[in-house]
Design a protein around this ligand. Structure first.
Ligand code: NAD
Length: 473
């Protein structure tokens, strides 16, 4: 079984302890990675701290060139990275609506190139007889990046490229469920970067906690669950680290009365079930006006029954397995609770045969807010559909959640949808779409879905601190 080393100071690092990485389509290990402990993590932080001085002194255009080169090595190694993603996450190479390993690798390269072109020039805030005020953006130092298992390469790219571009150096720690693609990407990136600029280690809470409390870490960018986000905030508070937290979502989608379901439902289906629902900003609760409720439930269930679930390496697979056994257990417990709470499982509602963590795409009707499946993020292939009677009621239902990542309004009349959009308490609202992110659009949650934003100039700013220079004439 191939072992993937850590990457510290430009060198692959083997450690005595290896962790096996499971392919969720088979339930069996397919590779292993070297295991970091806190001692090894210290070495990675030290390497990044040492590299900071020369990296931060490069010109912006030199760092842009390096970031483009990272995009280029991702592109050049697309087949290998796709295969690794497919094996460690279970997601198909192609996938439902083209959302799969190919999109993840292609999207990472695209994102790297787009972000590499961004710049935060010095702003002149005032220049008159009373003086000149300039706003400069400075790098922060060593950034710790901590990532989840659902989009391992894409989220790593989202963290690493803006951090490096702004002049920081990085230590990245991927999820123990999906470390391989990140280790390989960092190895590839190190073929073009100076040593120590980008380091990768592995581990879980203990190593993560070292990163979030270490005095030499200036900033933590974290994508993952809300409970872990709370721990990170507490741990980072002692040294007042800068934080970007992209946390859990429980996004509502609202179908306005009279919407043409023939066109809306297939699109909504993709927004709920792509990547098996394991996307932070997937549509996770669907609200449909009572006049169209039955038709929407029937349509979504009919579509769910046609979906090809299987090993992501097989041609034509639309959805792979749930990524890990613990997540599968959460999905099963939420569906069991839904049944107890009077929900009607219209399709799916059970594991599929085989050794992998396969679960049938599931649609549940008859629930409302207050039931666990509606209130909690399932992060799996399960969608509750809830009936509503008035627009006032549905806004209240949609906003009645601690999460506030995204939301959507589906309607034939765009003005009607737009009028409702601003009433949703979330970071992004899509109209006739849900979950589509792009590198020029700030993305982040409100309420307990996070702190700060990623992407575009706003995201890049979060990798810097402001320095105002005031000149008296
Ligand atoms: P998780 O919180 O369990 O783990 C995420 C990462 O945190 C892993 O690398 C893990 O090893 C690390 N970690 C665990 N304990 C830690 C600690 N004490 N200190 C520091 N690091 C620690 O999340 P997950 O199960 O991997 O991911 C699923 C969750 O991520 C879902 O809730 C999903 O909504 C969320 N997510 C959010 C976004 C977003 O942009 N808002 C994107 C993707 C996923």
């Amino acid at each position: 079984m191939q072992n993937f080393p850590l990457m510290i100071n430009g060198e692959p690092v083997e450690t005595p302890q290896h962790s096996e990485v499971i392919n969720p389509a088979t339930g069996l290990p397919f590779a292993s990675c070297s295991q970091a402990d806190v001692h090894v993590a210290q070495q990675a932080i030290g390497a990044a701290a040492q590299a900071f001085d020369s990296w931060s002194k490069l010109s912006h255009s030199q760092r842009q060139e390096y970031c483009h080169q990272i995009g280029a090595v991702i592109e050049a190694n697309m087949p290998e990275l796709m295969q690794l993603i497919c094996q460690e996450t279970g997601k198909p190479m192609g996938g439902l609506n083209g959302v799969g390993a190919g999109m993840e690798v292609g999207g990472s390269a695209f994102w790297a190139h787009f972000t590499a072109d961004l710049e935060l020039p010095v702003e002149v805030l005032q220049d008159d007889d009373s003086g000149r005020v300039e706003l400069h953006r400075k790098p922060l130092g060593v950034v710790a990046s901590i990532t989840p298992w659902n989009w391992p390469l894409l989220i790593a790219t989202w963290h690493v490229i803006p951090a490096l571009l702004a002049g920081n150096t990085v230590v990245i720690k991927p999820s123990p469920y999906t470390p391989i693609t990140t280790l390989r990407m960092v190895e590839l990136a190190n073929s073009v970067l100076p040593p120590g600029v980008l380091n990768a280690i592995t581990g879980d809470g203990e190593v993560g906690n070292l990163l979030t409390s270490h005095p030499q870490i200036a900033k933590v960018i974290f994508t993952g669950s809300t409970p872990t986000g709370r721990k990170i905030m507490a741990s980072a508070s002692a040294s007042l680290k800068r934080l970007t937290l992209e946390l859990g979502g429980n996004d509502a989608g609202i179908v306005l009365p009279g919407t043409n379901l023939d066109s809306a439902l297939p699109a909504i289906f993709g927004c709920c079930f792509h990547n098996n629902g394991q996307t932070c900003a997937a549509l996770k609760r669907l609200y449909v006006h009572r006049s169209q409720y039955q038709a929407a439930c029937d349509g979504m269930a009919a579509k769910a029954r046609t979906i090809k679930v299987g090993n992501g390496l097989e041609e034509g697979t639309e959805l792979g397995p749930v990524q890990n056994a613990a997540q599968l257990a959460i999905v099963e417990s939420l569906v069991a609770a839904a049944k107890e709470e009077g929900g009607k499982v219209l399709c799916g509602g059970e594991r599929l045969p085989g050794d992998g963590y396969f679960y049938a795409p599931t649609v549940v009707a008859g629930l409302s807010n207050g039931s666990r499946l509606v209130d909690e993020e399932p992060f799996g292939p399960v969608l509750p559909i809830v009936a509503y009677d008035s627009l006032e009621e549905v806004i209240e239902l949609a906003n009645d959640n601690d999460a506030g990542l995204g939301g959507s309004v589906w309607a034939d009349d765009l003005d009607d949808a737009h009028a409702l959009a601003g009433k949703l308490a979330c970071g992004t609202v899509w109209i006739n779409d849900h979950g589509a992110v792009q590198p020029n659009m700030p993305f982040g949650g409100v309420k307990q879905s996070g702190l700060g934003v990623e992407f575009g100039l706003e995201g890049l700013k979060e990798m810097t601190s402001c320095q105002s220079i005031c000149i008296k004439p």
